[in-house]
Design a protein around this ligand. Structure first.
Ligand SMILES: [Zn+2]
Length: 237
């Protein structure tokens, strides 16, 4: 009986070691059986039943020193990074515990902490871009459109920097699609067209799912531009 009750709890506890102060602490994660999204937006923002959103639990916040990170963050920090975090943020940390269930606004606090921490230690641009994008999605759940758009713009700029470093040397079709889609969402249709076209026409790209998505959003964009009587770029005529 107890076992079946436990199976109904979407959350479980994991143990992690803080990458900054190295103290072990616990944090909740969502069971994979609850991770099924009911639907997903064209920029991969996902929706779940009953607030069972696994994204709320991605950030782990150390209750002792306040350092917040994700599974993809650097697993250990250099002495220089630690002192940079402490000087910029850690010394002002008031002990708080984000273990257990999180509300949307607590998830937002955790993501914003993770963003500040990542910036304070000079974390990889891809990690920072992902955090910015998640913050935009949380604002979308809240219906805060202006804030959502502000963070989509920050995420877009960060993803462009990722692309400038990684380029097309590795299979970056998803990144290119995403840059196109974020341009579309911040009302930069001409830039969006360029990125979708790159995914569609670059012969080296073999990611059929991203080619398909780029075609779809290219079409959506074309209709939006026609509806607002914008001049279509040559590629779209
Ligand atoms: Zn810590």
């Amino acid at each position: 009986m107890i076992t079946s009750m436990e199976a109904l709890d979407p959350l479980y506890t994991t143990h992690v070691r803080c990458s900054c102060c190295e103290t072990p602490f616990t944090t909740a994660r969502m069971r994979s059986s609850f991770k099924k999204a009911t639907h997903m937006d064209s920029d991969f923002c996902s929706y779940y039943n009953n607030d069972n959103n696994p994204d709320y639990y991605v950030v782990r916040v150390c209750p002792y020193c306040g350092f917040a990170s994700t599974e993809n963050s650097a697993s250990s920090l250099t002495e220089g990074q630690k002192s940079s975090y402490l000087a910029k943020l850690g010394l002002n940390w008031k002990p708080r515990d984000y273990d257990g269930q999180r509300t949307l606004s607590q998830a937002m606090e955790c993501y914003k902490l993770a963003l500040l921490c990542a910036q304070s230690v000079g974390e990889k641009e891809r990690i920072i871009a992902g955090l910015l994008q998640h913050i935009a999605w949380l604002y979308r759940y809240m219906g805060a459109y202006e804030q959502e758009k502000r963070f989509l713009r920050f995420a877009l700029d960060a993803y462009i920097r990722v692309y400038e470093v990684e380029g097309s040397s590795i299979n970056n079709a998803k990144l290119m699609y995403l840059i196109g889609e974020l341009h579309r969402r911040v009302n930069e249709p001409y830039e969006a067209v360029k990125w979708f076209s790159r995914v569609i026409h670059n012969k080296k790209i073999t990611d059929s799912a991203m080619i398909h998505r780029s075609r779809e959003q290219w079409q959506v964009l074309r209709e939006e531009m026609l509806a607002s009587q914008m001049e279509l770029p040559e590629a779209m005529q």
